[in-house]
Design a protein around this ligand. Structure first.
Ligand SMILES: [Zn+2]
Length: 301
């Protein structure tokens, strides 16, 4: 079998997986229900079954929605995968697949999405980039000097919890006015309902796309808040490349002018044409592709 690595995107509802070779060719893919309610052992066995089917000869990467302990190879906190918290996922998978533990990599889902977009997607060729996953929450993954930057404790680029308005709505993290509480899909839907508009984001986006009116104005406000939040990365790191992905990223064409406006409003000294604000291009595949990239890193050493 040719040299290949397997990437797994372990979500609360589905396990999306695929195999790629070091050149970035997608060789195979599969998807099964994660069945989290069946418990950690059952989820682990489903991941192992996917990896066997895809042929994880050179390692395995797994992206999870939550916090991971890279040293111990486990999920420490994940509301969507609560039964997996504390379960020795890396070691159990290595044992079941006959791999060395160091050939199994665990990483946060927004981080692997950034790796995927940088390797084969919209951030290809960029030296530095912030990849934003706009969904139920807002996640971020930071590429610095061509590599994933996770910070001292692995929490770098948690852009969803940067403060945009300290007096704003309450966020899931307990603080007020986080970017996520203002510009995630959940927040946009809530803001639309509060303004007497449809809370269905697809319908809202379609209406905003079709004609000027209150829907377009509302999404403009949401997009501008998003830009203001991202401006913190611009100010701190002088990042010029921003990719917007995730489910709500499908509204990128509608949000883009407002995101740019929010960013430029706080872009001290930078010229507008230097900003590279683009949609993510891998869609739901970014996670598993980036997870596989983690494993490829090993294989090519
Ligand atoms: Zn927050």
């Amino acid at each position: 079998m040719s040299r290949r690595a397997v990437g797994i995107d372990l979500g609360g509802t589905a396990i999306k997986a695929g195999a790629v070779n070091p050149a970035g060719d997608v060789l195979a893919r599969t998807e099964v229900a994660s069945g989290v309610a069946d418990g950690a052992e059952a989820v682990c066995e489903r991941i192992a079954a996917c990896a066997r089917e895809l042929g994880a000869t050179h390692g395995l990467g797994i992206g999870v929605p939550g916090l991971v302990d890279r040293t111990r190879g486990l999920v420490t906190k994940s509301p969507n995968l609560a039964p997996m918290e504390g379960y020795p996922l890396r070691d159990e998978l290595a044992r079941r697949l006959g791999l060395a533990p160091q050939a199994v990599h665990l990483e946060n889902d927004a981080n692997v999405a950034a790796l995927g977009e940088h390797w084969l997607g919209g951030a290809r060729g960029e030296r530095h980039a912030l990849v934003v996953t706009l969904g139920t929450g807002i996640g971020g993954g930071l590429i610095l000097d061509g590599a994933l930057f996770v910070g001292e404790g692995g929490l770098a680029a948690e852009v969803g919890h940067t403060t945009v308005d300290p007096r704003g709505p309450r966020c899931g993290c307990g603080n007020r006015g986080c970017l996520e509480a203002l510009a995630s899909a959940t927040a946009a839907s809530r803001r639309a309902a509060a303004a007497g508009l449809t809370a269905d984001l697809k319908a809202l986006t379609a209406a905003a796309r079709a004609a000027a009116g209150p829907e377009r104005e509302l999404l403009h406000e949401v997009g501008r808040d998003l830009g203001r939040g991202l401006a913190q990365a611009l100010t701190l790191l002088d990042l010029r490349c921003y990719l917007i992905g995730g489910g709500f990223g499908a509204a990128f064409d509608v949000l883009e002018p407002a995101i740019r406006e929010g960013l430029l409003e706080r872009s001290y000294g930078r010229a507008p044409e230097e900003l590279r604000l683009r949609p993510a291009t891998l869609g739901a595949d970014a996670g598993w592709i980036g997870a596989a990239r983690l494993a490829i890193g090993d294989a090519s050493e």
